[in-house]
Design a binder for this molecule. Structure first.
Ligand code: DAT
Ligand code: MG
Length: 151
């Protein structure tokens, strides 16, 4: 499905460290289409909802605090297997296990400061996109290189 969408976010550490451009570039140059983007300083309620599946984890409170510590850049990227390939572009959750060449493998060291988020499945991507974006914020446009990216 070349219309598959994933929710990608640059976390507060990625923003503070000046990595916004580098992270966007990885998705852009791979051929994915940006369909929504905004900078937002998310409140605790929003972040608790975003990470509700992790509510029982010992790191949950620290995770929400970290995500609330500054603005994030929230994005929706579209294209063939955007969800699973997006996760590959990000690298493993623990940056020490992330391969060099991935975003985490190139730019960070610890799980609790792993600079980016990506949806882990098509259904969670749909939930996260609906949580972070209004319908009208998802922009309909034609990627001029589509015929050069897809046969
Ligand atoms: P991912 O972000 O790769 O989908 P996840 O959904 O399991 O990973 O966890 C969400 C975030 O929570 C993760 O990016 C960083 C943080 N986290 C996960 N496991 C952690 C741990 N053991 N210690 C500290 N933070 C952790
Ligand atoms: Mg996750």
């Amino acid at each position: 499905n070349i219309k598959e969408r994933t929710f990608i976010a640059i976390k507060p550490d990625g923003v503070q460290r000046g990595l916004v451009g580098d992270i966007i570039k990885r998705f852009e140059q791979r051929g994915y289409k940006l369909v929504a983007m905004k900078m937002v300083h998310a409140d605790t309620k929003m972040l608790e909802e975003h990470y509700k599946d992790l509510a029982g984890k010992p790191f949950y409170a620290g995770l929400v605090k970290y995500m609330n510590s500054g603005p994030i850049v929230a994005m929706v990227w579209e294209g063939l297997q955007a969800v699973s390939t997006g996760r590959k572009l990000l690298g493993a959750t623990n940056p020490l296990d992330s391969a060099p060449g991935t975003i985490r493998g190139d730019f960070c060291i610890q799980t609790g400061r792993n600079i980016c988020h990506g949806s882990d499945a098509v259904d969670s991507a749909e939930r996260e996109i609906a949580l972070w974006f209004k319908k009208e914020e998802l922009v309909q446009w034609d990627h001029h290189s589509a015929p050069w990216i897809y046969e």
